[in-house]
Ligand binder design. Sequence first.
Ligand code: GUN
Length: 297
Amino acid sequence: MTAQIIDGKAFSARIREKVAQEVARLKSDAGLTPGLAVVLVGEDPASQVYVRNKGRQTKEAGMLSVEHRLPENTTQSALVELIGRLNGDPDIHGILVQLPLPDHMDSDAVINAIDPGKDVDGFHISNVGLLGTGQKAMVPCTPLGCLLMLRDYHGSLSGLEAVVVGRSNIVGKPMAQLLLGENCTVTLAHSRTRDLPEVVRRADIVVAAVGRPQMVPGDWIKPGATVIDVGINRVPRDDGKSRLVGDVDFGTAAEVAGAITPVPGGVGPMTIACLLANTVTACCRANGLPEPEGLTV
Ligand code: GUN
């Protein structure tokens, strides 16, 4: 068997198109322009690339994009003060503080200073609690993107066995909550899980989010399963350059799976698309307007 490829690049383009339509509708019907503020502290090169891409795609969708770049030695209280100003700014509907923050900052305290209604990352403790109790939350972008792809491919996920590998706050834990909300039977596996291959072999849906290059081989995959690969790992090539690989060994897994996301071009492009979607959702909620369908859960 050769798996169907779930094309995250094409799917994310459809999401961004829908976001742009909703932005146009908000402008014409309500005189509102959704606004996203991104805060970057320090000079981390990877973060700079992400922030640039976020700003570009925000503008392309017709939204207001505001960037705040602060020096590495910014104090936590100065950062929290900026967040307070953004919380009170009616033109800003979404606030994203790029992680990781410098070591002298307490990331949890900084994230929890964001107004939960503007927390488009879904990392604020209130949003974590709302998601965990099945209430309306801001949902973290990467797991939201994975779920939208799974829904698009499967329709109903009810009753399916889902195994999430990796228990991070950003992906693994919220992904497990979302799948539970879809009535999957969910296992949240991790580095200490006993007999991980056997656990993964039970799954109709595998979400790999461990950050270990090609850790999940094809012979862990149940024939016909759907595989969502969240990993983006840079590994050296024979010619001295590097290439991107996921947490799944794509070559062997694609022989067995029913459907699989590639790396690059799978989950990656969905994350920023969902950030834009969350900003539109936050703008609608803040103004008591109905939320667009298909952009959130
Ligand atoms: N750094 C890497 N991924 C993310 C993300 O999803 N949100 C934020 N704020 N920072 C990140």
